[in-house]
Design a protein around this ligand. Sequence first.
Ligand SMILES: C[S@@+](CC[C@H](N)C(=O)[O-])C[C@H]1O[C@@H](n2cnc3c(N)ncnc32)[C@H](O)[C@@H]1O
Length: 181
Amino acid sequence: MAQFFDNQKNTLERRWFEIKEKIFISPMDRVLDMGCAEGWISVDCAQHAEVTHGFDLDRQKIAKAKKFEDPHPLRRYRELAFSVHDIRTYNFPKTHKNQYDIILCLGVLHKLTEEEQKRILVKIFNEPARLICLRAQDKQFRIMHMVTRLAPIRAFSVLRYRSRYAGQGDYYICHRVKFPI
Ligand SMILES: C[S@@+](CC[C@H](N)C(=O)[O-])C[C@H]1O[C@@H](n2cnc3c(N)ncnc32)[C@H](O)[C@@H]1O
């Protein structure tokens, strides 16, 4: 694991830890990492959470991430699984027991059209998750503000943090304040 982190660019690690220091992942949590790339953020979440699922559009990245799924005698997490999905067509689980408590969408939206971004944000905020973390650039923040005017999202307190790392996008941490909506 240490070697895996060593191979990452320093800022990749640090910008996640910047977010992580502001959230609490409980041992009962189910975490979804949308656009998880090679899965290193998911792996880190899985050290704390009950269940962690990551998905990405890129099959090669998911093939690398899947190496972390293998049972290992030193593994401390209970469930970690990766799959290939497109965030634009991804369907959240329908049954209550499969729904996620924490949804991460970090650095994924900016390549999509504005319409797609709006649709995805509305879908994410309609989920019963208690915490939603987004890392995005200024344009997505404008879309996000538009989306936060919609009813279900008013159930969240939305905090925007300036990233310490230029060019990495700022991030939002959205805590549910009313539950259920
Ligand atoms: C900049 S990387 C961010 C990776 C990771 N979330 C992080 O914060 O370090 C963006 C990732 O989003 C994935 N991605 C882009 N478009 C996607 C889509 N439509 N559906 C799912 N994943 C997508 C890319 O393959 C890439 O792995």
